[in-house]
Design a protein around this ligand. Structure first.
Ligand code: CKX
Length: 628
């Protein structure tokens, strides 16, 4: 099927983003849930779709209806549906359209179109009116359509998205125009730049006076738990919070927008042994309920003492993965079947944690992690802050790209802070979220990174009521000698590839010594905090075996993993191992990748590769309080 029109010479103009409207509204980030007072309709299905090859959508008034009759599923990435390479690689504006029936019974309510993600930016139009623009492809936003809605009728919804990369986008990269006139993105990161309406869109109706936000923090005292809470509403009517246990029995009730709830003999949320209380929030007008919203919340504390992670006061050791949202055909699109399968595989292999490398994941993944008792390092999409065009050839070069010296940095930082704020607002109540990762593999070799880091780390501390530990994942250039920013981290996260990118092949025999020398150099600096290996691993092409080993074979991978095992087991400060990656995933094409990154312990189709059995054997034996 061909949906392409002739590409224009100069490409489409960049979408102008008006974030002010979003910020001014201080969006509710609450997950959309129906209740006696709220209505939620899922708008998933086939939407009209069109790529704007010539950048003429604005001038031709596509906000009133897009051309053609092409349809694609929402949610999904658009890239992998088609057989045309120009479509897969498309860079620019893309448009979606659908009709939404809004019931007349909702006339006295606010009505929002809630996008869980639109990658990387976009504008929403309802009945031809521009409602909202949003920057950032991995966090939710809502378009309030009260002023333009046609009650008890079909309403036209048009979305203009854009997937271009730049020095101010998160993730970062560039967009270039080829001699043919076609545009292409060059990511400074190692995953395919999937785009589109990648997560669910919902029509949400809330009462005129409604609950906007709810925040909890936990304290423990003996067998009892204290939950300090805060509720934000849009009015002044009194509010209540009721708590129910997993059997549905009433536990306790509090009144007022802020306070402390005591839960005697609390059943705590533990690793792989989760327990979730149901918090029911209400706005009351006498006996009448004006609004009602509920959330499942696990009670737990998480802190760092010396070089230990303490969950509910007890040491925990992280075993698991860096992951991606990535699967066949739908790309980075929300895929509940894959989410379920991934959790089953993580349980099978004995894992207890993962990092949301390299962007905030779908909300349903955190809900599942809460339910299954997984520990999550939650990452902002601050990846590609190191100018490296051919995957990671420059990442071990020792050369700074002076990334934080560009004139575009203030704009980048503004976007970074806005996404950090939305991330924390969205994910702050999840028991599974134990830490914030504020960058992946940034260029920290120059002093110019320091003020940028100082502001981002300070903001995370200010925004998070639970004061979770903050970190960033450091690649090899962030060495003990050169890294200017490690001191901001509450624990150190290392992405290390001794024996692969460095000292690979026959030279791997020298890898362990170099690896230990680096760790000793960090300790010699007097660093006293947990170390987590948030990446290590090597590519393995499924089915490739070779004796003696060669790179890319299963044998080589096992020899490599044995080095890491010896090192991990001999340093007390190492409190976590998250191998790269959970599954093979799509990247740009190039000489570094064989149709994607093959460091998966599972295939992209979620079947075990040889190393999966190695990890199952190791992780099932490691107790949760290993080295505690
Ligand atoms: N770390 C030397 C970031 C990931 C990549 C991984 C890799 C790099 C390695 C940096 O997004 O996929 O190259 O496999």
């Amino acid at each position: 099927m061909k949906i392409r029109q002739q590409p224009g010479r100069n490409g489409s103009p960049r979408l102008k983003i008006n974030r002010r409207r979003v910020v001014a509204m201080k969006q509710s980030m609450l997950y959309p849930r129906g209740s006696a007072a709220r209505r939620v309709v899922d708008l998933g299905g086939m939407w009209k779709f069109c790529l704007d090859w010539d950048g003429k959508g604005d001038t031709e008034g596509w906000k009133d209806g897009i051309p053609g009759n092409e349809k694609i599923p929402v949610p999904a990435s658009f890239n992998d549906f088609y057989t045309d390479k120009d479509i897969r690689e498309f860079a620019g504006d893309f448009w979606y359209e659908t009709e939404v029936f809004v019931p007349g019974e909702w006339k006295d309510m606010h009505v929002d179109l809630r996008f869980a993600a639109l990658t990387h930016r976009g504008t929403v139009y309802a009945n031809g009116q521009e409602i909202i623009s949003h920057e950032g492809g991995f966090l939710p936003f809502s378009a309030r359509i009260d002023d333009v809605v046609r009650w008890n009728e079909k309403n036209l919804v048009v979305v203009k998205g854009n997937n271009e990369l730049s020095f101010t986008s998160l993730p970062a990269g560039i967009t270039q125009t080829l001699k043919s006139g076609k545009k292409m993105v060059r990511p400074f990161f190692d995953f395919f730049n999937y785009a589109g309406i990648q997560r669910p869109v919902k029509l949400v109706a809330v009462p005129k006076e409604y609950i906007e936000d709810f925040t909890v923090n936990h304290r423990l005292d003996g067998a009892d738990a204290y939950v300090d809470y805060q509720m934000e509403t849009t009015g002044e009517h009194p509010v209540t919070v009721e708590v129910f246990d997993e059997s549905g029995s009433f536990v306790t009730k509090a009144e007022g927008k802020a306070g402390t709830i005591t839960i005697p003999n609390a059943r705590l949320w533990e690793v792989r042994d989760a327990y979730l209380y149901r918090f029911v929030l209400k706005i009351m007008d006498g006996d009448a309920v004006l609004d009602e919203y509920e959330e499942e919340i696990g009670i737990r504390t998480f802190e760092i003492k010396g070089n230990s992670f303490l969950l509910n006061g007890h040491p925990v050791y992280l075993k698991g993965f860096g992951k991606h949202e990535d699967s066949d055909i739908v790309g980075r699109g929300y895929n509940p079947g894959v989410i379920k399968r991934d959790f089953e595989l993580m349980k099978w292999i004995g894992a207890n944690s993962f990092r949301t490398s390299h962007y905030p994941y779908s909300e349903e993944i955190y809900q599942m992690a809460d339910r299954e008792g997984f520990l999550v390092i939650d990452e902002v999409p601050a990846v590609g802050f190191f100018e490296s065009l051919v995957n990671f050839v420059d990442a071990v070069s020792g050369k700074s790209t002076n990334f934080f010296e560009r004139e575009t940095v203030p704009e980048l930082k503004k976007n970074h802070l806005a996404m950090l704020e939305d991330l924390i607002r969205r994910d702050k109540n999840h028991a599974c979220v134990i830490a914030w990762s504020l960058f992946n593999e940034p260029d920290t070799m120059s002093e110019s990174a320091v003020p940028y880091f100082a502001d981002i780390f300070a903001k995370a501390r200010e925004l998070d009521v639970q004061k979770r530990p903050r970190t960033f994942a450091m690649e090899l250039n962030s060495s003990p000698e050169k890294c200017t920013c490690y001191q901001f981290s509450d624990f150190l996260c290392f992405n290390r590839y001794y024996g692969w990118y460095l000292l690979g092949g026959y030279e791997m025999q020298d890898a362990e010594e170099a690896f230990r020398a680096e760790l000793d150099a960090w300790l010699a600096k007097g660093v006293d905090c947990p170390f987590v290996f948030t990446e290590y691993g090597c590519d393995n092409l499924q089915g490739e075996y070779k004796l003696p080993s060669v790179q890319w074979s299963a044998e080589y991978e096992l020899e490599y993993l044995k080095i890491y095992e010896r090192v991990f087991d001999s340093y007390d400060c190492i409190k976590g191992e998250q191998v790269w990656n959970f599954a093979d995933f799509q990247t740009v094409e190039g000489i570094m990748r064989v149709n994607g990154n093959k460091k998966g312990i599972f295939t992209r189709q979620r079947q075990p590769k040889t190393a999966a059995y190695y990890f199952k054997n190791r992780w099932e034996k490691l107790p949760v309080d290993y080295k505690g």
